[in-house]
Ligand binder design. Structure first.
Ligand SMILES: O=C(O)CCC(=O)C(=O)O
Length: 221
């Protein structure tokens, strides 16, 4: 990841006006919500990734995911031939995942509260890295032990089109533009909605370079 040398707000031109967009009964995009945390968050993220670097994981069906993954927190999401699951150990190092950085936890807890989920206690933060062309197919987040807690998702770097579907894969998803610093929260009646990310378009973000990094926080255990 390039260092945060550029003006942190140099990409303001790419940003929507700050505010909240409701995308479901209990789902919101908080536009630019993470921007005040970026200066604290990026060095913490760099430390996490030095300990547990990005890697391309393989689905149980044998497909290599185009997004590269890492994790921090007590539990990390992994996939391999044996299936999808959360694990307390990074399968590469067999060591615990790096601790969830304070800035990430603080941001996620406050964002969840803004969306009406006041006691969010994340124990897992999946870190997805998308280079141009990488995507995330429509899926439901179903590996968590209980679904009362929301999912909080922080977008950094290149813009993305987030697909927010219904409770059936066949339901046509809404297309939602996400920019650096946007936070999406979905929970309650929306917790199991299908979602995904369209292939990231070519580009270079002034702070993050030619990539999008997404942090997805959940209560998994
Ligand atoms: O990258 C994103 O915006 C969404 C990530 C996602 O769908 C997931 O981690 O389950």
């Amino acid at each position: 990841m390039p260092g945060p040398t550029a003006d942190l707000f140099a990409d303001d031109a790419l940003q929507q006006p700050a505010g909240r967009e409701q995308i479901g009964e209990q789902s919101y995009v908080l536009k630019g919500y993470a921007l005040p945390w970026i200066e604290r968050l990026l060095p913490e993220l760099r430390r996490v990734l030095a300990q547990s670097p990005f890697r391309h994981m393989v689905t149980p069906g044998g497909f290599t995911m185009s997004a590269a993954l890492s994790s921090c927190g007590e539990l990390g999401w992994t996939t391999d031939a044996r299936g999808y699951r959360y694990s307390p150990l990074d399968p590469h190092s067999q060591q615990p995942w790096p601790a969830l950085p304070d800035a990430v936890r603080e941001l996620a807890v406050l964002a969840a509260a803004e969306a009406g989920f006041s006691d969010f206690a994340p124990d897992a933060c999946l870190i997805n890295r998308y280079v141009p062309g990488a995507k995330m197919s429509l899926h439901q987040d179903k590996n968590e032990r209980d679904y009362r807690a929301p999912v909080v998702s922080v977008s950094l770097g290149l813009p993305a089109i987030f697909l927010f579907g219904g409770h059936e894969r066949s339901e046509k998803p809404k297309k939602i533009s996400l920019f650096h610093g946007d936070v999406v929260i979905w929970g309650g009646v929306d917790r199991l909605r299908f979602h995904g990310v369209m292939p990231i378009k070519d580009g270079v973000h002034p702070i993050m370079g030619a990539q999008r990094i997404n942090l997805t926080l959940r209560t998994a255990g």
